[in-house]
Design a protein around this ligand. Structure first.
Ligand code: ATP
Length: 224
């Protein structure tokens, strides 16, 4: 049972915001969220699925399925919660706007944004200064294949007074991805133990990601 986050709490809480497509949520997402919580001393981590990703591939499954899988995956961790703010029909899908909504919803919270290094390097951010200015911390999980130099070049462009809010989490690079999960499933292979058991069962029950139509164009067969 997740601990309730009372909106407008009187005590200042430290909330981690972990946005993504979560198509589907996998074990490394959970590992990053839990590690960020412990390393940054966060009271809660919100999983915030996006409905309109400007920076990344569109989702292959409905928001309902993705939310159901997130709920199943986080059910055992009382510090985790699902927040559907970015699925609202009025949500722009831009992080700067999402953070405004979250600040209004959790008015006395200090927000820390959690993100994988690939999401910094492979996307062109709009209003990045505004994003950083509204956060207590912006923490980056290292990701296999992302050069430190590429990350440093982007961070070097951050104005000095905001730079101290950004840092990389001391975590190993773990190669799992939702792309890998979808690719294996499209090939009729099992993803058990790459995702929580509850998510694996949900995927099986609903026959998700089984057809080619689930796989993004250009995804190749997984080759051992
Ligand atoms: P896809 O393969 O479809 O791009 P993904 O596995 O990257 O999906 P997302 O839902 O897009 O999953 O990711 C949510 C957040 O988690 C993003 O910030 C992403 O960079 C990060 N993330 C996902 N997997 C990893 C990983 N293995 N290492 C570091 N960060 C990761």
């Amino acid at each position: 049972m997740n601990l309730p986050i009372r909106e407008h709490e009187s005590v200042r809480v430290k909330i981690g915001v972990f946005g993504g497509t979560f198509d589907p949520i996998h074990n490394v997402h959970l590992f990053i969220a839990e590690s960020a919580r412990l390393l940054e001393g966060l009271d809660r981590v919100l999983f915030v699925p996006t409905g309109n990703p400007h920076y990344r591939n569109a989702a292959r499954t409905s928001a309902e399925h993705r939310c159901a899988m997130i709920s199943a995956a986080i059910a055992e961790n009382p510090y985790f919660a699902l927040d559907e703010s970015d699925l609202d029909v009025e949500a722009s899908g831009f992080t700067a706007d999402l953070l405004l909504r979250l600040h209004a919803k959790y008015s006395n919270a200090a927000l820390t944004f959690i993100i994988g290094a690939d999401s910094i390097v492979s996307t062109s951010w709009r209003r990045f200064d505004e994003v950083l200015a509204s956060l207590e911390q912006f923490v980056i999980a290292p990701r296999a294949g992302i050069e430190t130099d590429a990350l440093q070049r982007i961070l070097a462009a951050v104005p000095g007074h905001l730079r101290e809010r950004v840092h990389t989490l001391n975590l190993p690079e773990l190669p799992e991805s939702a792309t890998l999960i979808r690719t294996l499933l499209a090939q009729g292979r099992s993803v058990r133990y790459l995702v929580p058991d509850s998510v694996w069962r949900y995927i099986e029950t609903h026959a998700l990601y089984t057809s080619d139509s689930n796989a993004p164009t250009g995804e190749r067969d997984f080759v051992e």
